[in-house]
Design a protein around this ligand. Structure first.
Ligand SMILES: [Zn+2]
Length: 489
């Protein structure tokens, strides 16, 4: 840590860390390699709710507590500021952290921007690859927020939930934002079926779960015009059928997850994501999906369509920016008409050319979701702190890329990467700014953490300030375009 606020014996308190509760002051401290919670209070009751070692100081007591889950729960109970909150319609940014060490850097990146941060955000896929539980994800964000003295609120997003079981495990941990991902049920080939196949697929939709009948739904949409912002959309029979076949099953699945959630969790908000499909979502399809989900009782605060162009992991947008603007504007109009709700930009890391456009068109009704880029910044810090470990990580990443890329949208070519055993340090460092290098390092985090996770975390903890300042600089470039001052209206 850069400076310390004060020291108690060999325990040094983080300089920005101090949050006052009703009858106690809470601080985050470090003793050697271990981070600790310090509770300073006169209230025996408050002290008793934390597990740790009590030190007497005059009429107050200091309790030094390990960063356990029980203590995180007690801390959130004592400090409502550290409980996750719904983002609502505020402009917001999702800051996924696969290592559980990034929150202080994330807080520094967002401070003063007016953008609401989602500090705990992890998809089920990420949790299984990093071996983290929903509780750990939330607890790490809580400790990180305390370390920076952050009391302006933060969100917790259980990302890309695909099943009812996914919802339950995140609900138990206390997540408030639930991103439902029905993309497995999206029929990506709907655009290419011949008319006969299309009609047969339409008839075979799960009509009981959609609480409708083929002829009723047809009557609702076919030939009907929808005034959305400045545009009028008239759904032809074919456009309607393709939209229904593409998204019908996904809608049924989403509704089931929505209803389950509303029975399980009292305060929550929903995001609906269909970004991980191969064909872009058209405005007409967006109208159909939003209108059907509303009819079936779902309410959501953000929706992630699959936008035009390519949102590959860890690199800038690939595609025509004018076309993106045009489509984003149309989707935004649908979101205003059927909500209002925010448009959510997934795989939002490093899409620098898109931010000014999305900020301008959304006028703040937007959520940007990032995750992998914080991991890549961790690797950048590792290069500075322990280049030999970085070399080993590159070698392992190359070995595992062919398997690990399977569930990610990437196109890196491993033959473009020099042999990590013999490459110079300059060349290795360059991989962090190279298209192929970034993608390969981005999607292999699971394998890398399995093998080098402990060493990697040790290095980052020892050089935490290096990591925080890299995160701050890099993520601020993501967030500033969306701040009210940065152009986002
Ligand atoms: Zn996504």
């Amino acid at each position: 840590m850069k400076d310390v606020r004060f020291k108690v014996g060999d325990i040094a308190v983080y300089p920005s860390s101090e949050v006052k509760g009703k009858d106690a002051v809470f601080l985050l401290a470090r003793k050697g390699k271990e981070r600790l919670l310090v509770v300073w209070s006169r209230s025996e009751g408050t002290l008793a709710s934390f597990q740790g070692e009590t030190l007497r100081q005059d009429d107050r007591s200091l309790k030094i507590c390990p960063l356990t889950h029980a203590n995180a729960v007690a801390l959130r109970k004592a400090l409502p500021e550290l409980c996750p909150k719904p983002a609502g319609l505020r402009r917001s940014v999702g800051l996924g952290d696969r290592l559980g060490l990034a929150t202080p850097g994330h807080v520094r990146a967002v401070r003063g921007t007016g953008v609401f941060p989602v500090l705990a955000q992890q998809s089920v896929r990420e949790m299984s690859r990093t071996g983290r539980s929903p509780e750990q994800v939330l607890d790490d964000a809580t400790w990180g927020a305390l370390q920076e003295g952050w009391t302006e609120g933060f969100g917790a997003d259980a990302d890309h939930l695909k099943t009812i079981g996914d919802i339950d495990s995140c609900a138990r941990a206390g997540f408030v934002t639930y991103t439902l991902d029905p993309s497995e049920y999206v029929d990506d080939s709907a655009g290419s079926y011949d008319v006969g196949t299309l009609v047969a697929k339409y008839e075979a939709l799960p009509w009981d779960r959609l609480e409708s009948r083929p002829e009723d739904m047809r009557r609702t949409y076919c030939g009907r015009s929808f005034q959305v912002g400045p545009s009028v959309y008239i759904l032809s029979e074919e456009t309607f059928l393709r939209a229904a076949v593409k998204y019908g099953r996904a809608i049924a699945h989403t509704v089931e997850m929505c209803r389950h959630l509303s029975e399980k969790v009292e305060e929550y908000e929903l995001e609906i994501s269909v970004d991980e499909t191969s064909s872009p979502t058209t405005p007409e399809e967006h109208i159909f999906v939003a209108s059907e989900l509303r009819r079936l009782g779902c309410r959501w605060t953000s929706l992630a369509p699959r936008f035009v162009g390519e949102f590959q992991k860890g690199v800038d947008y690939i595609g025509d920016l004018d076309e993106f603007r045009e489509q984003f504007r149309r989707h935004m109009a649908v979101a205003r008409e059927f909500g209002p709700y925010k448009l959510s930009i997934h795989s939002g890391s490093d899409k620098f050319s898109v931010y000014p456009v999305a900020a301008e068109e959304s006028e703040g009704l937007v959520h940007l979701k990032t995750a992998g880029t914080s991991y890549l910044e961790a690797l950048r810090a590792v290069f500075e702190l322990s280049p030999e470990l970085f070399r080993d990580i590159v070698a392992l990443a190359l070995e595992h890329y062919p398997q690990d890329r399977a569930s990610y949208y990437v196109s890196a070519d491993p033959s473009r990467i020099p042999d990590p055993k013999t490459a110079s340090y300059e060349t290795l460092k360059g991989l962090l700014d190279d298209f192929h290098g970034r993608q390969i390092l981005h999607v292999t985090y699971g394998s890398v953490l399995e093998r080098f996770g402990e060493r990697l975390k040790e290095v980052l903890e020892e050089g935490e300030e290096v990591y925080y300042s890299m995160l701050e600089g890099h993520l601020r470039r993501h967030i500033i375009p969306f701040s009210a001052e940065g152009g986002g209206a």
